[in-house]
Design a protein around this ligand. Structure first.
Ligand code: AMP
Length: 610
């Protein structure tokens, strides 16, 4: 009997519905609509909201407005969902702003004497250089066209025009010849915009991918300025330096000094006065640097530790220093050299032109750097932190125990020279030993080796005596080994910035390179997510195991970036796979600060400088 009655009811829906109170039915309908609206937006609502479904008060509210049409109700509910999504994004933005403010450097980067006297420089340094009249006569539209063509992004007031050849930059023919002998015929994009800005005396933040030719942007102007000074009034005993270049690693300092010496060879041969450059880095005898300083030094290239030591002991002064370069500036400031940089600043006696360079420049560092600069020009070629597009990036899943032997297979991918990176010194030694056993000529460098061994290894590799160089991150920053065919990452670095630096050792000067990275279960999911997004950005193949990574966090990430026009990725470390609120590097930094743990190996190189 009961069964029959139910059958009748189900075949006659309208009768059946009559038993449900109108209020209840309306509520159900509204719930259904609200769910549709939510499904439309499911990518951007938080998991909690999705689970909870429509909020009771929204439904109640609409139920009361029962005199409006269903379509209107739908629109209204969509609006409510929109507003709630907005507030979720707003919350995330507020939290990001708070975090960024908490980590941003509050104190200005200035000399102590300047701070004490309240000296604030308002105008950039004035130089005698101007762009050619012909270019000055052109309108801004031409300059913007050139910048657009070469992907040069600029920020700042009265940015000088980009120049497309070295002759327009008014370099003497001997410099142009020196460049040509190195195979440099035309300025690279960072040089087109960066060199005019530097020659004009402007403070600058230069952001360019590795291998883009950024060293020449600061080397050529300082050579010209030093020649001008020397011609006006020759440098006397113990005078100088006029230009100071600070870098985070000894190898990079050496490389920059070699480039300066190379240029000076050509200018001297052409009748220009002799320029003296000294190298002040740990592991080298101070006496060698002192010898140059004694005769009057024009340019000094140094690592922070050794420079501070020499300043402290009054072996050198910065009284006449008017040109300051910090290459790989983010590394120096970010990894704990900021106090050293601050100390160095306290030795300046007058306004100087400051140039900061790096391949990666997270917002936190940019804010910090700006406090040290006067009306700076920011020149950005490619996204800060982006990997060079000239590198084919391959990511392979390799079990921990199979990694060493898999290197041999990978070596078959290209011809030498090959660079292999590993995080730990022990792994570097292990890989080198294995390769030597297998008959591969391999050199190795890491912070545990003394300066002599390190220099010998780098030289042997540079000369082509060794096919492979195995290294910790000591070798990943700014070093220019010509023609590297292949970079193998024996392990994925903890942060994506390091990955960008590492793979940037290949694919330089417009040539194509290969980078192979081993990943496995031991890797942190967060850095793998960053890697995934970097591969997508660089239009590389994403392996299936990386494709599968992702989650609720990714939805929020997408909404923030697509809808709000927010900056992509993390504003602290630049990683694309997460926001600052979930930055593993920020967390690690905070933990380290709390525990007072030392620096990683690539800075161990400099720890010895103190
Ligand atoms: P850098 O990014 O300064 O470390 O330079 C990387 C390499 O690019 C060096 O070997 C330079 O000699 C080379 N290079 C610099 N500028 C140019 C250019 N305009 N054209 C071609 N190669 C360049």
């Amino acid at each position: 009997m009961r069964y029959r009655r139910e059958e009748v009811k189900s075949s006659d829906n309208e009768d059946y519905e009559a038993y449900v109170p109108v209020r209840e039915r309306k509520k159900q309908k509204i719930k259904r609509i609200l769910k549709t609206a939510q499904d439309d937006e499911s990518g951007s609502l938080s998991g909690q909201e999705r689970e909870g479904g429509p909020r009771e008060q929204d439904v109640q509210e609409l139920a009361r407005k029962n005199n409006i049409s269903l379509l209107d109700q739908h629109t209204e509910l969509k609006k409510i969902a929109e507003a709630r999504k907005e507030s979720e994004l707003e919350k995330q933005r507020r939290e990001e702003k708070r975090l960024l403010e908490a980590v941003a450097e509050k104190r200005a980067l200035m000399a102590v004497s300047e701070l004490a006297r309240g000296v604030q420089y308002e105008e950039p340094v004035v130089t005698a250089w101007t762009p050619p009249k012909r270019i000055l006569a052109m309108d801004n539209k031409r300059h913007d066209r050139v910048r657009k063509k070469y992907n040069i992004l600029v920020e700042g007031q009265e940015v000088p025009p980009p120049l497309k050849n070295f002759a327009d930059m008014k370099f003497p023919p001997c410099i142009v010849k020196a460049l040509q002998k190195k195979g440099i015929e035309k300025p690279s994009p960072i040089q087109m915009q960066g060199i005019p800005a530097a020659l004009q005396g402007r403070d600058m933040i230069g952001i360019a991918f590795t291998g883009s030719g950024k060293s020449m942007v600061f080397i050529l102007p300082i050579v010209m300025f030093s020649l001008e000074q020397e011609k006006k009034l020759p440098f006397m005993n113990n005078e100088g330096p006029y230009g100071l270049i600070i870098v985070p690693s000894r190898e990079l300092a050496k490389q920059i000094k070699d480039n300066i010496d190379y240029m000076c060879k050509f200018t001297e041969a052409d009748g220009f006065p002799e320029l003296r450059t000294c190298l002040a880095i740990g592991g080298e005898p101070v006496a060698t640097a002192l010898q140059v300083i004694k005769n009057g030094v024009h340019i000094m290239v140094c690592t922070p530790g050794r420079l501070i030591d020499m300043l402290d002991k009054k072996m050198v002064r910065l009284d006449v220093c008017r040109y300051l370069v910090m290459d790989e500036a983010d590394r120096m400031i970010d990894m704990g050299f900021e106090e050293d940089v601050r100390t160095i600043y306290s030795y300046f006696k007058a306004q100087r032109q400051t140039l900061l360079f790096s391949a990666t420049m997270p917002k936190k560092i940019q804010n910090f750097a700006r406090s040290a600069l006067v009306k700076p020009v920011t020149v950005n070629v490619g996204r800060a932190g982006a990997a060079s597009m000239c590198v084919i990036q391959e990511v392979e899943y390799v079990k921990q125990e199979a990694k060493v032997t898999h290197i041999l297979t990978c070596l078959n991918k290209t011809t030498p020279p090959v660079l292999i990176f590993a995080e730990k010194k022990q792994d570097v030694d292990l890989i080198q030993e294995y390769l030597l056993l297998k008959g591969v000529t391999a050199a190795a460098i890491h912070g545990g080796k003394d300066q002599e061994e390190r220099s010998a290894a780098v030289q042997a590799f540079q000369k082509g005596d060794k096919d492979v160089l195995v290294a910790t991150d000591v070798a990943s920053k700014g070093l220019d080994f010509p023609g590297i065919q292949h970079v193998i990452n024996y392990d994925m670095p903890d942060d994506i910035e390091n990955y960008v630096h590492r793979i940037g050792r290949t694919g330089r000067s417009g040539k194509l390179g290969v980078a192979t990275t081993f990943v496995n279960k031991a890797n942190d999911e967060s850095v793998l997510l960053d890697l995934k997004h970097l591969l997508i950005e660089a239009k590389q193949k994403v392996p299936p195991f990386l494709m599968l990574l992702g989650g609720i966090g990714e939805d929020l990430l997408a909404s923030l970036e697509e809808e709000g026009g927010d900056e992509r990725g993390c504003s602290y470390c630049g990683g694309l796979g997460h926001r600052i609120t979930a930055c593993p590097r920020l967390e690690a930094m905070q933990n380290k600060q709390a525990a007072g743990i030392g620096r990683k190996d690539y800075l161990a190189a400099n720890a010895a400088d103190y």
